[in-house]
Design a protein around this ligand. Sequence first.
Ligand code: BTN
Length: 329
Amino acid sequence: MLSDRQKQLLTLLVDGRFHSGRELADTLGVSRTSIWKHLQCFNEMGLEIVAVSGKGYRLLNRLSLLEVSAIEAKIPSALRGRLPAIHLFEQIDSTNTYLMNLAQQGALSGMVCLAEYQSAGRGRRGRNWVSPFGANIYLSILWRFNQGLGGISGLSLVMGIAVIRTLRRLGYPDIGLKWPNDIYWQQRKLGGILVEVTGESNGPVVAVIGLGLNVCVPPAAANAIDQAWVDLQHINNHLTCERNDVAAALLTEMLNILNEFENLPLAAFLDEWRAYDCLFERQVKVVLYGQEIVGVAKGINDNGLLLLQHNDGITHAYTSGEISFNLVD
Ligand code: BTN
């Protein structure tokens, strides 16, 4: 959590203008050394601060913070009943971890967690999710299902569809999915989804669906990303990247599709997923049980499994637990 002092300091800096160390120290009633330490801490959270002698400090990029009321106001009233609360943190380890813990305590379906910064953001396959402060969307939603674990297979594909629907609605037409649910633009990763599930094979199940979407990645944080990436600002810098708008639009589509998923079979979503498949018929390199092989991606079967044609011409179906794969250049 940010301390009250740090929050105050941030409020002074959001205008993106220079503020002298003395001005900041006087306003907060602390020493200039203490200001410097807080600014160091902001830097470690991925907030880039420019320091110029004689002028002071300013944020490299203007900052517009997330606000629960601004997000809620943009969610259609028909859906608000499915959204009991949005918990927003300036700083958290992981929004998914937070909701997984809350689920154990009986949290209601539809609970949402958003954060400005994650100190231990988690990706699929145990990877780290780089989560600089105030730059991107880190969003998780908790959902309870009654149809058992088998009944929600395909949930992760469906959540990818929700993100593409959102981005198309916001004016980004060329974004696709890399199986099962990576959000891709021109072979670069724009976002990813981590679905974590606990429950019974035939009884109640709780899923936490976490989405990380790059909106405006600052240069220093970009160095920490270990794969080809892109952000919304790069794709089209004329469109709004206002994160409250993006978060509200994402939540709207996620709630919509979760309602649909409760009432429709997976088959009802698969053709839409196929329309967004950005690797169909492309040569891909697969890591399968520790071995690398090259094959051709053939889309998904009716259970949402990846179809991959090996060099011997035979097509095999894989679950996400078995393989990871990348496009061959
Ligand atoms: C991936 O590896 O592609 C999935 C990335 C998922 C990242 C999001 S950010 C919000 C939520 N909290 C986490 O710790 N992870 C997910």
